[in-house]
Ligand binder design. Structure first.
Ligand SMILES: Nc1ncnc2c1ncn2[C@@H]1O[C@H](COP(=O)(O)OP(=O)(O)OP(=O)(O)O)[C@@H](O)[C@H]1O
Length: 765
């Protein structure tokens, strides 16, 4: 049992604007310290106790420039090692909203290098499993979200959650010993890193989709990603089960919203008020950390006996004891050894003879039949050898021939191994081919679907209805990989033409678009690099085969020389050519291995990038639908206001474009009204003219273009030609008659900008 206090670390979020109000000292003997310096006059003004310095102790403090990798190495790796050894481990992030908890635990959603503790730990664990062939590891994963004291299972794969409440509920129960039990939380098995990352992605996607502006779940809920590990030695009844909990807590300023004690909230609020100028609402977090550091934990090794394996082991023991008893009491078994038993014994004897270790023994158990069989086998071998030696001394066989014979045997042994290898390669190729055929079929189907879609769309609309982010192999690869995400996107209703066009404008100006493009080009680079490395790998493999052939040839030549008596001792002498060839082979093998490692790293990076891209796609879809429905409801409001009022001319005013409701969205707000078909529009097939979307958002049919005034009210005063002139002219607040009502005028300008935008892309009607 290990008794240890909880280790606490501080991480300071990068902030360009920050004024240096803190200092970090990592050189202290007993750990590190973080000190906040508050000038006395300001402290007097805002803080009651008049202190100037707030000093906190940590195991280590990570300053602004710290990279995710360093955080993983210092914090997560040692915990992962303990979990591998059979102890439970927990890492949790605590801090105020926006302080970087999710960034630290899960990672940034944009760059591969920003991946956080969870994906890095998963990589590390699976790497360690592959290095330890003496143990069998099984991994299960669960992902829980707790909001308002109710648990939700994030690994719900039905893709139906659009609200948190749609996810399966998890009962959180406590037994008399204060152990927490979770009922109805699913545990998904993950055989490899890719499967584990997909589960993380599924959980994060469910988390994101279930979140609405009214319920900022990420800031108000706790999320617990747990890796359940089971480790056992093959054949042993002892199993070690351990859990690693990676926890992203709710923002400390929102803790009361999660149903926990409101004390911290009060404290945080007080400090927020008094120290807001510091721009780091951080002191309450540090105080909390100091209290946590006092908690002592008793770590226990979670070792247990697997009943099924224990029974099997005991049965074996009983059998062996029975045999021993029979041998001691002279009651021998007289039944014949089975074919399998004989084959097994032959293998055992061969292994026994091949092993050069003098301490290696042949363990046969107390079965006299087996012992006798092995002795007779050994006797036959010795006799065979003697016969061969006699023939040699009688001049029937030359030593070279004996040597050749032995070499032949060795060669046939080698070629059997080669054949096995080739068979394995063939199997791999078969698998690869069937995967490629599947992909090809999928691509063909997609192309057919796209073609069918295109033929059903009027020619002038085709360019604008191309699906989001579909281009080149990158997307094909990501769709292939991130199947779950694609399903998430597909399950929603298909976008109508008009909405699709608005969507295009939306994504073009979305804040994440640049990152998506960057990630796509990075992915392309990485796939090119992968192709190059694969070629390199093939070349290296060919070289190794060639070198091996040369080596084989050289050996044969030397043996032949020996037979002809040219060089009697040639087989025993060191041959520099052979030595050189062997060295070359070793070097090539090293290069081959390092290329494989490089490829593996690239594959992980590409998988991650594909997941990031999928997540970004889902996010954009979600943002768009949110924005679209906001626009629809504001349109409804303005329309009902418009029918109640009469249009009037108004003074010009300084205006702000209306907010699209999405942070970072720089495109003008596309009011849904502009989707209406102008009366007498020469192109009735224009996006939105079907009125499909409009009908769904307005209770009556949409007003025609010449029925809408600049202030959005229904009138018949603006002819269509004038509208188009307005729409294609440069926008300035002074060019149009405005109402003076800031919100309405903002809507007008946004509307005109959007219209202009569409016209400039679609060309003059
Ligand atoms: N160390 C960092 N380096 C770069 N960006 C960071 C860092 N920490 C946080 N960020 C960025 O700051 C923003 C807020 O971070 P994050 O969402 O992780 O905060 P949080 O504490 O989890 O907030 P909440 O409590 O609301 O969930 C994100 O855009 C994130 O990418």
């Amino acid at each position: 049992m290990v008794k240890q206090t909880i280790q606490i670390f501080g991480r300071i979020k990068p902030n360009k604007k920050t004024t240096a109000v803190y200092s970090v000292d990592n050189e202290e003997q007993t750990g590190a310290s973080l000190e906040f310096v508050v000038p006395r006059d300001l402290a007097d003004g805002f803080v009651n106790n008049k202190r100037e310095c707030y000093k906190f102790r940590f195991q280590k403090v990570f300053d602004q420039a710290t990279k995710q990798e360093e955080i993983f190495e210092h914090i997560a790796k040692p915990v992962a090692d303990s979990v591998l050894a059979g102890y439970n481990g927990t890492i949790f992030a605590y801090g105020q909203t926006g302080s970087g908890k999710t960034f630290t635990i899960t990672g940034g959603a944009q760059r591969y290098n920003d991946r956080g503790i969870v994906p890095r730990t998963l990589s590390y664990l699976y790497e360690r499993f592959s290095q330890d062939s003496n143990m069998v590891y099984t991994t299960n994963i669960s992902y829980l979200e707790i909001y308002n004291e109710v648990g939700y299972d994030l690994l719900d794969s039905r893709h139906e959650a659009s609200r948190l409440e749609d996810l399966p509920k998890v009962m959180i129960m406590e037994d008399p010993d204060q152990n927490i039990h979770l009922r109805n939380l699913s545990m998904q098995q993950s055989a490899n890193e890719e499967e584990a990352l997909n589960l993380l992605f599924l959980g994060d996607t469910n988390r994101m989709i279930a979140e609405t502006p009214m319920n900022q779940a990420s800031t108000r809920s706790h999320c617990i990603f747990t890796v359940h590990l089971c480790r056992r030695e093959p054949g042993s009844a002892t199993v070690r089960r351990s859990k690693l909990h990676l926890v992203d807590l709710a923002g400390s300023d929102r803790v009361s919203k999660t149903g926990l004690n409101g004390q911290l909230l009060t404290e945080a609020k007080y400090i927020n008020l008094s120290l807001h100028y510091l721009e780091q609402e951080s002191i309450s977090t540090c105080r909390f950390a100091q209290r946590v550091a006092l908690i002592k934990n008793e770590a226990i090794l979670n070792e247990e006996l697997d009943p099924a394996l224990l029974i099997a082991r005991l049965k074996r023991e009983v059998l062996s004891l029975k045999e021993e008893l029979a041998m001691v009491t002279g009651e021998q078994r007289d039944d014949q050894l089975t074919v399998e038993e004989i084959q097994k014994l032959e293998k055992q004897v061969k292994a026994f003879l091949d092993d050069t270790d003098p301490d290696f023994t042949l363990s046969l158990g107390p079965d006299m039949r087996k012992i006798q069989y092995c002795f007779s086998l050994l006797k036959t071998m010795i006799l065979d050898k003697q016969v061969r030696r006699n023939r040699h001394s009688d001049g029937q066989e030359s030593p070279a021939a004996t040597g050749m014979q032995e070499e032949k045997e060795e060669n046939s042994h080698h070629s059997a191994a080669e054949v096995d290898k080739l068979k394995e390669m063939l199997q791999q190729r078969d698998n690869e081919i069937s995967i490629l055929v599947k992909m090809l079929k999928k691509e063909k189907k997609r192309a057919q679907d796209a073609a069918a879609q295109l033929t059903s769309i009027p020619t002038d609309q085709r360019a604008s209805t191309m699906p989001l982010l579909k281009e080149g192999s990158v997307d094909a690869a990501s769709e292939n990989h991130g199947g779950r995400a694609a399903q998430h996107m597909k399950r929603g209703p298909q976008l109508s033409m008009g909405k699709k066009e608005a969507f295009e404008t939306f994504i073009r100006d979305h804040k994440d678009n640049l990152t998506i493009e960057d990630n796509k080009s990075l992915l392309k680079q990485r796939s090119a690099e992968t192709r190059r490395l694969r070629e390199q790998l093939n070349e290296s493999r060919d070289r190794i085969t060639e070198l091996k052939k040369q080596l084989e040839m050289r050996r044969r030549q030397r043996a032949a020389h020996g037979v002809m008596g040219n060089h009697k001792d040639s087989e025993e002498e060191d041959d520099p050519v052979e030595e050189n060839l062997r060295k070359h082979i070793e070097q090539e093998k090293l290069a081959y291995k390092s290329t494989i490692d490089h490829l593996k790293a690239l594959r992980t990076e590409m998988e991650h990038l594909q997941l990031l891209l999928e997540r970004a796609k889902i996010k954009i879809h979600k943002d768009f639908h949110q924005w679209w429905s906001q626009e629809a409801s504001s349109l409804q409001e303005s329309e009902s206001g418009a029918t109640a009022r009469c249009p009037v001319g108004s003074p010009n005013g300084a205006l702000q474009p209306s907010s699209p409701g999405t942070p970072g969205f720089r495109a003008p707000a596309l009011s849904s009204t502009m989707r209406g078909s102008p009366a007498g529009d020469p192109n009735p097939d224009r996006p939105g003219s079907s009125g499909q979307e409009i009908r769904s958002i307005t209770p009556r049919s949409v007003p025609a273009w010449n029925n809408i005034s600049l202030d959005g009210k229904v009138t018949d005063c603006t002819p269509l030609s004038e509208w188009r002139a307005i729409a294609t002219s440069t926008i300035s607040s002074s060019s149009f008659p405005l109402t003076g009502d800031q919100q309405t005028d903002a809507d007008i300008l946004a509307f005109i900008r959007a219209r202009q935008n569409l016209f400039s892309r679609a060309g003059p009607p």
